[in-house]
Design a protein around this ligand. Structure first.
Ligand SMILES: O=C[C@H](O)COP(=O)(O)O
Length: 261
């Protein structure tokens, strides 16, 4: 974490919580966090598509300083793509962020680098910041190829962007072996890869790389977030399981207060 990039904690709910449960969780979150805490650490939830309208109504109605977004979007702007959701639809709902290339999409829906790049493009075309997920599976890490693999996924997805567009992208390094397993990468392991991602962006795009926020994701909890956030290139966390519990998620957002505890 550095002074120049605002910390971002994003909760990816995955396929959990209906729209009523979504309202309850966001309300609890708003009660648990002060305006100062929410201004110090950008706090975002990524609910399932069907919850977004309800979350938008609550956030707008109560003027909450909580952002929201989606977990995926179509690579196409509109048309005959049954079941897909366009970036323009998410923008109309007030989404600020959308996860792109999550390993669960790459693994279960066979999303490759080309599709992920097209989704990044659609997000940016609609004024939404993609949270671009990259990261290696266990076999790749054991072979020692984790940096090359993650850098390659990153560069494939941002190739062709302008510097101004890149500045709006959020990157999330999520080693697949740490997702939902309770096995967190050490802060040093996360910094190693995230530092390499920033360096690769610097080599390709120049100084704007210092403005890009790069998050860590994979079994982040209130008990480990502070040590992860202490690393210089890590600007936040993409939280899965722990974001489904409002109190635990609020504790993660309050990481500056329990740093060193
Ligand atoms: O998008 C979030 C990540 O996949 C991390 O999930 P997790 O915190 O449940 O390990």
């Amino acid at each position: 974490m550095t002074e120049t990039r605002k910390p971002l904690i994003a909760g990816n709910w995955k396929m959990n919580l209906n729209h009523l449960e979504a309202i309850a969780l966001v309300q609890k979150l708003a009660f648990s966090l002060t305006r100062e805490q929410l201004e110090a650490v950008e706090t975002v939830v990524l609910p399932p598509f069907v919850d977004i309208r309800s979350v938008q109504t609550l956030v707008d109605g109560d003027k909450l300083v909580i952002g929201f977004g989606a977990q995926d979007l179509s690579a196409h702007p509109s048309g005959a793509y049954t079941g897909e959701i366009a970036g323009s639809m998410l923008a109309k709902l007030g989404c600020s962020y959308v996860a792109v290339g999550h390993s669960e999409r790459r693994q279960y829906h066979e999303e490759g680098d080309e599709l992920v790049a097209a989704k990044v493009r659609q997000a940016l075309n609609n004024g939404i910041s993609p949270i671009l997920c990259v990261g290696e599976a266990l076999d790749v890490r054991e072979a020692g190829d984790h940096i090359a693999h993650s850098v390659s996924q990153l560069i494939a997805a941002v190739d062709g962007l302008t510097e101004e567009e890149l500045a709006k992208v959020v990157v999330a390094y999520e080693p697949v072996w740490a997702i939902g397993t309770g096995r967190t990468a050490s802060a040093e392991d996360a910094q190693e890869v995230i530092g390499a991602l920033r360096q690769a962006l610097g080599e390709k795009f120049g100084a704007v790389a210092e403005r890009v926020r790069i998050l860590y994701g994979g079994s982040v909890k209130s008990s480990n977030v502070a040590q992860i956030m202490a690393k210089p290139d890590i600007d936040g966390a993409l939280v899965g399981g722990a974001s489904l519990d409002a109190e635990e998620f609020a504790k993660i957002v309050r990481f500056p207060e329990h740093a060193g505890a």
